[in-house]
Ligand binder design. Structure first.
Ligand code: PLP
Length: 425
């Protein structure tokens, strides 16, 4: 079996669906989506029943799939006024509003909709206070000072602003209802979560003790990694240069690290809930534990079905490009030849149809070497591709939902009306 979520039965469904719709299209596996939501609940709820899940809209917010996710009782983690509007339209009651650059208009809207605003910085706190909302409840995003990764440590209140923030909260009679951190994406295990929970526990003792009676939740963010794709290393670029200057040795494919080994969700739940129970509960009582997964839920539930439009020497051109699969720049997704399956992995460059040198989908293909017209599945592309896709040259692809018995289009392919719909001509 190529991937845990793609057994032979699943592949057969993909083949059947691939013949029903014009390629390229994304296919949402609704059975897998429901399964993962249940798995997530089981893993966390049995270990800490007061866990609340907020699905991170940024990972993929197609309304049809949000509807399924919310049917499991999950709230929404949003990072813009527009995402909050979408959650409101879908009647989602529990929303948590993150982000480092919330505007006055967004904050006003969030207060009106009773979203839990996670304040990112001191200026944002001052902005909220200036809106003079009665009985204001907020959460603070904290930035563990030991975080080495600069990209993630820039979010949240820095330690030297924390005392001023707490002073303002006290002075203005605001309720500090929760504290939050998010430690990065694609985390391969729960070490960072456990460490941050321990750090928070010392912060509660040293600095947050006056707020012990108010804090009713700790939000430990998302970031749970998934099996499957391999990260392209920086070396990829260097090896591409070597390829270029030494002839087509196709060394670039070697630069992908092997598919990540990732702790399963039970492991994440076990360690997070254990740390929470031993570090936070003794100080704050059995308060709520909030989590904000995006990638873990949606990544293995969506695949891209494309067709081979041309075969060249050691390469092939697909009808899907990186405008629809932008993460192919960083990730090596498993690709399967659905028309000519086999257990063998072939080294071949699969390019997209864009007139751009880095429009490369993969350097390997599971199955026989492709021929023109073959269907190729780019697997496990559900997170951070559709929301990052661009209108570069080719249309935004349609999305089909399949529940193994039936399938239907849940988002149509982009047409001219959509492309120029916002223009004054
Ligand atoms: C604040 C916050 N919460 C949750 C997430 C979701 O992360 P992931 O999709 O890795 O689970 C992100 C992603 O960057 C985030 O910034």
């Amino acid at each position: 079996m190529l991937l845990p979520n793609l057994n032979n039965h699943k592949i057969k469904t993909l083949v059947a669906t691939s013949n029903k719709y014009a390629t390229p299209f994304f296919i949402l596996d609704e059975v897998e989506l429901n399964k993962r939501c249940e798995q997530l609940k089981n893993s966390f709820y049995k270990r800490y029943p007061k866990t609340h899940v907020f699905y991170a809209y940024k990972a993929n917010c197609i309304p049809h799939l949000l509807h399924t996710i919310h049917s499991h009782g999950f709230g929404a983690e949003v990072s813009s006024g527009l995402e909050l509007q979408l959650a409101t339209k879908l009647n989602v009651k529990n929303t948590v509003f993150n982000g480092p650059g919330k505007t006055n208009a967004e904050l006003t809207y969030a207060l009106k909709k009773k979203a839990m605003i996670v304040v990112d910085n001191l200026d944002e706190l001052k902005k909220i206070l200036s809106l003079q909302t009665p009985s204001l409840k907020i959460a603070l995003r904290l930035s563990p000072p030991y975080l080495k990764n600069k990209e993630w440590s820039r979010f949240g209140l820095q330690r030297n602003h924390l005392d001023s923030a707490l002073g303002l909260i006290n002075k203005n009679d605001v309720c500090l209802e929760g504290v939050h951190f998010h430690l990065g994406s694609e985390l391969t295990d729960s070490t960072k979560h456990s460490k941050a929970i321990k750090w928070l526990s010392t912060l509660i003792k040293s600095t947050l003790h006056d707020f012990k009676d108010e804090i009713s939740f700790v939000d430990v963010g998302g970031g749970f990694g998934v099996h499957g794709s391999a990260k392209k290393t920086l070396m990829a670029h260097s090896l591409r240069m070597v390829d270029k200057f030494t002839g087509s040795k196709n060394l670039e494919g070697l630069a992908c690290t092997s598919p990540k080994k990732v702790e399963d969700i039970d492991g994440f739940a076990e360690n997070i809930c254990a740390a929470f129970t031993s570090e936070i509960v003794p100080q704050l009582g059995e308060i709520e534990l909030w989590i904000e997964p995006g990638r873990w839920i949606i990544n293995p539930c969506i695949h891209m079905i494309s067709s081979v439009v041309a075969v060249k020497n050691k390469s092939a051109v697909l009808d899907v490009g990186i405008n629809n699969l932008p993460n192919c720049i960083y990730e090596q997704y498993p690709c399967i030849n659905l028309t000519r399956p086999s257990d063998e992995k072939k080294k071949i460059s699969l390019f997209g149809p864009l007139c751009m040198s880095n429009d490369k989908i993969s350097t390997t293909l599971q199955g026989d070497l492709p021929r023109e017209g073959d269907k190729v599945c780019v697997c496990n592309v559900g997170a951070y591709n559709i929301p990052w896709s661009s209108q570069f040259i080719q249309p935004l692809a349609k999305v089909v939902a399949s529940n193994e018995k039936t399938s239907k289009i849940i988002r149509v392919e982009e047409g001219l009306d959509y492309r120029i719909g916002r223009d004054n001509i």
